[in-house]
Design a protein. Structure first.
Length: 168
């Protein structure tokens, strides 16, 4: 009986460690997406804003670690937490957590065709530019190039080729 509890505890600890590692990789992916997307000229000055919509403190911590050390072009990176859709304004990237994915339609209506790269943590979510796919051991992503271009951004071909291209 005792060995079952120890095994269960180890499984829980391993699961937690994998989740934390996954968020580190997601933050790195977000940074690499930012480096490989071109925004309109009006978005190339001032701070490079990454908004996180939802309650996922771990991804915010990881993004802020990157923001302290890196820039996008000459723009300093600023990471902000957003709690409701009314606070979503001029972001370069909007990361929507899994718990807030149900608000994608409202977000798209509010941001319309703004040059905002919408990234979600939910596979198959219609309306996003990029969706992370979490299959426990590999981190992959779906990419909707039509939606990215419709929002006035351009994307390097290698980023498309590394993802799974989808359309809506």
């Amino acid at each position: 009986m005792k060995s079952r509890y120890v095994t269960l505890l180890l499984i829980l600890l391993l699961s937690s460690a994998l989740s934390a590692q996954n968020l580190k990789f997601q933050a790195l992916f977000v940074f690499n997406f930012a480096k490989n997307i071109t925004w309109p000229t009006s978005y190339k000055s001032g701070d490079f804003i990454i908004g996180v919509y939802g309650n996922e403190p771990e991804i915010i911590i990881e993004l802020k670690k990157i923001a302290q050390k890196r820039k996008i072009g000459s723009q300093p990176i600023v990471v902000i937490k957003l709690n409701n859709t009314n606070k979503i304004t001029k972001c370069h990237i909007l990361y929507i957590t899994r718990g807030k994915s149900r608000d994608i339609t409202e977000i798209n209506l509010k941001t319309k065709s703004a040059p905002m790269l919408i990234i979600t943590d939910k596979e198959g979510l219609n309306g996003a530019c990029i969706n992370f796919i979490d299959n426990d051991f590999d981190l992959e992503y779906e990419i909707n190039t039509r939606r990215i271009r419709k929002r006035g951004m351009t994307i390097v071909q290698s980023l498309i080729e590394l993802g799974i291209e989808v359309s809506d």
